[in-house]
Design a protein around this ligand. Structure first.
Ligand code: FE2
Length: 372
């Protein structure tokens, strides 16, 4: 899918094109199905190449590009690569056309959900959610983090083909795996505020010892004009919303930061705010849109978890008609010079009530410390 760059992102993309990097899907569980190395312009071009030395140079900067000021406040370099904003009629910021398409297709899906043929279609073309483990080797971190498990749920799109009872059943299956942390990668709702209420009983099923975290996706920004209401409802129900902020958790005496940014399409992601206070400990970043990895990898975020693409939702082998990532970060694991990305295929559906070649998944990422 070709994507036009708007003016604000063209400079970054041009800079990145000076070098190409191999984004190699891993071949472990949950790996990208494309099975090929995709040479794409990526953050390495600006983060670690000759250009990076100019861009990331800072008076007291570390190798990660994070600047520590004398006051102890952590700042990111001003002239670092920024994630390119999605653009175009189907992937850009909410326009009247996109809003109309999203709302009308959601209404069609709700109608189909209420009719036996629609349910049959969904059952026939949307397999059961796969819950599976993926080992992620971090190059740094205390041994106490070894074995920590993060269940990653994205793109539930509750409201059509995912009701309150199905959420309860799914969350029970996830809790049975006893993850240490549960993270929501955005798009919990589809297009209506009331859809968040479907989570009330399901959230009560989750009891990860280190917490439940969430970031908004573009569909969550349909929550009226104030995403704060979406945040406060989740907060009241035990979810820590990381909308441009981070939180330190501890496992066996070892520290790990769970940080999150607002959605790249509809929101205002602020990586510096998300990483404020981060010391020399590994960071797991929640960012709904996978293209935010362009920015996160440039400052050596250890692991970014994204969704949004639904793995293409409808794909025929390597042919993916619509996936929303200009870097082809469609699903599975990708790595850019030590910084890792996992793009979950998500759980729900949009536009069409079916999935072909992109089964729904909940990856449980098991952190491994040390060499693979
Ligand atoms: Fe999304």
């Amino acid at each position: 899918m070709s994507v036009d760059l708007d003016d604000s992102t063209r400079a970054d993309a041009d800079l990145a094109r000076r070098t190409t990097v191999d984004v190699t899907p891993a071949n472990e569980d949950g790996a990208c199905k494309s099975g090929e190395s995709n040479a794409v312009a990526g953050p390495e071009a600006t983060a670690r190449g000759a250009t990076s030395e100019e861009i990331l140079a800072a008076p007291t900067g570390s190798e990660s590009g994070v600047v520590t000021t004398p006051s102890g406040v952590h700042r990111l370099p001003e002239q670092r690569p920024r994630a390119p904003r999605p653009s175009g009629p189907l992937s850009g910021k909410r326009t009247p056309l996109r809003r109309f398409l999203a709302r009308s297709t959601a209404a069609v899906n709700r109608a189909l959900d209420a009719l036996p043929p629609g349910r049959w279609l969904h059952r026939a073309f949307c397999p059961r959610v796969q819950i599976h483990h993926v080992d992620v080797h971090l190059s740094r971190g205390h041994r106490g983090l070894d074995g920590l498990e993060i269940a990653f749920l994205s793109d539930l799109h509750a409201g059509s083909f995912l009701d309150a009872d199905e959420l309860v059943e799914l969350f029970r299956r996830i809790q049975a795996e006893e993850p240490d942390v549960v993270c929501f990668g955005g798009d919990l709702i589809n297009t209506r505020e009331r859809e968040i209420l479907l989570y009330k009983d399901a959230l009560a099923e989750l009891a990860p010892p280190l917490g439940i975290f969430a970031v908004p996706g573009n569909h969550d920004h349909f929550f009226g004009t104030d995403i704060g209401l979406w945040e406060s409802w989740l907060t009241e129900h035990g979810v820590t919303v990381l909308n441009n902020r981070g939180q330190r958790i501890e496992h066996a005496g070892a520290g790990l930061w769970i940080a999150g940014v607002d959605d790249l399409t509809e929101g205002t992601p602020d990586l510096e705010a998300a990483l404020a206070g981060v010391e020399d400990e590994p960071v797991v970043l929640l960012a709904h849109h996978p293209d935010f990895f362009f920015e996160a990898a440039a400052v050596d975020v250890d692991l970014t978890l994204s969704g949004h693409t639904h793995g293409g939702q409808v794909r025929f082998g390597n042919i993916v008609p619509l996936h929303h990532s200009r870097f082809d970060w469609i699903e599975g694991r990708h790595e850019v010079a030590g910084s890792q990305l996992y793009v979950g295929r998500g759980i729900g559906v949009t536009f069409l009530p079916l999935r072909i070649g992109a089964p729904p998944e909940v990856p449980i990422l098991r952190l491994r410390i040390g060499s693979a």
